[in-house]
Design a protein around this ligand. Structure first.
Ligand SMILES: [Zn+2]
Length: 425
């Protein structure tokens, strides 16, 4: 990992820029996929699955019987682990549904305003498959959808070469109450959810991570009027460390994030060269025995250490970067945490590895990347809901508002508005 020693503030902006992933012709490919799916529906989906994934399938939707058969093949210890993760994620997310939206406010005598939450009716969840079937993502997307009470929840995931779906994905889907699973992946899955076909329902909002094709397809779907969770970029981890940190722990955390993909970025921010040096040595040592060494190595090329003057400069840098994940490996993490203004998810202290949040501590692992943490939150029950505002106005309330509304309507030249009040007086 490259080390920047006390870089001047003027260079921070450039340091905080994410590595660019080339995606030249993606736009054209995505448009073609959407056009074909709109025109030929299921036929196009089956053809793309053959063309892109080399898999021949006959039926996109998987039968209930088949889902439960595959789910049963999940090893018992993994089932137990998924159950505990499900319980923790549900406990944390359920606490969010005790909202403050129903507070009714009487703004003037006889004028009552309030908000109520409603679930988004139809949602589509995308779960990447292939070499690493992300059944943890089924929980992270499915639990908040279940708690929100979405009417229709469908899941798309690419099949293995024999057309099957990973047992743990089927098992996790059962826990979160999803019974419609479609074996379809990539941009064509997103197009199917956005457009709807004979087999797949059109949804109101699409959720889930994916490669650059999936992300580009989600952006395209958004331009076609279908909502998406957030623009997902390569994963990121920043570790903020002081002399109290355990360098082996930090190295393990950096590598755990680096193994996500060759385009992941991991960053160490510290206040002493000694920390940077020993973390660097530990990373090199631990990397040797990693099964996903090649991927992690590539990610480390996009990664770096920054040594800064003091804790406050380090924190300033972290807030400027706005990491998806931020580990505070410092002596007083609670104090530091209060000063964090931009981050997707924060992990406090030497015993809160990012891996815990990826799977089972309870927080969501779908988080804003690429600096979006400056303005966006991670996924929550709210992402599957919207709030509707209500008002109830009595005759006296209308009288109380009349002069105000009429004066404003008149000044804006909207006579019909003025009259709509006048007629009631
Ligand atoms: Zn991770």
């Amino acid at each position: 990992m490259k080390t920047y020693f006390k870089p001047p503030v003027s260079s921070w902006r450039q340091l905080c820029e994410r590595p660019v992933t080339a995606g030249d012709n993606i736009g054209a490919t995505i448009a073609t996929v959407f056009e074909a799916v709109q025109k030929d529906g299921d036929k196009a989906l089956l053809a793309f699955t053959k063309q892109f994934d080399g898999i021949t399938i006959k039926r996109l939707e998987i039968s209930q019987r088949q889902i439960s058969e595959w789910a049963k093949q999940t090893p018992a210890n993994l089932k137990q682990a998924i159950k505990i993760a499900y319980a923790n994620i549900t406990a944390f997310h359920a606490a969010q549904t005790v909202g403050l939206t129903n507070i009714e406010v009487e703004t003037m005598p006889g004028v009552r305003c309030w908000r109520e939450t409603r679930a988004i009716s139809r949602v589509g969840l995308y779960v990447p498959g292939g070499s690493a079937p992300l059944f943890s993502t089924v929980l992270m997307l499915g639990v908040p959808a279940q708690l929100a009470g979405c009417q229709e929840v469908v899941l798309c995931t690419p099949p293995a070469s024999d057309g099957s779906i990973n047992p743990a994905i089927c098992y996790a889907a059962g826990l979160v109450g999803i019974n419609r699973i479609f074996r379809i992946g990539g941009a064509q899955a997103i197009a199917a959810l956005a457009c709807g076909t004979t087999s797949l329902p059109k949804v109101d909002k699409i959720f889930g991570p994916g490669n650059q094709y999936v992300t580009a397809a989600k952006m395209y779907a958004f331009s076609q009027g279908v909502a998406i969770d957030m623009p997902a970029g390569p994963s990121e981890l920043m570790v903020l460390a002081d002399s109290s940190a355990n360098c082996s722990f930090i190295a393990a955390d950096l590598l755990s994030q680096a193994e996500h993909g060759p385009d992941s970025q991991v960053i160490l921010v510290c206040t002493a060269s000694a920390i940077a040096n020993s973390v660097g040595a530990e990373v090199a040592r631990q990397l040797e025995t990693l099964p996903r060494k090649t991927i992690a190595e590539q990610a480390l090329k996009n990664s770096f250490c920054v040594v800064l003057d003091d804790d406050s400069k380090a924190l300033e840098f972290a807030n400027k970067y706005a990491p998806e994940h931020l580990i505070l490996a410092v002596a007083n993490p609670k104090k530091t945490a209060r000063l964090v203004t931009n981050a997707g998810s924060v992990f406090l202290g030497n015993y809160a590895p990012e891996a815990a949040g990826d799977y089972a501590s309870g927080t969501n692992h779908t988080l804003p990347t690429n600096g979006w943490a400056r303005v966006c939150s991670g996924l929550s029950v709210d992402s599957f809901c919207k709030d509707i505002s209500f008002q109830s106005i009595t005759k006296n309330g209308a009288k109380a508002l009349a002069t105000t509304v009429m004066a404003m309507a008149e000044a804006e030249g909207l006579e019909a508005h003025k009259r709509a009040i006048e007629i009631r007086l």
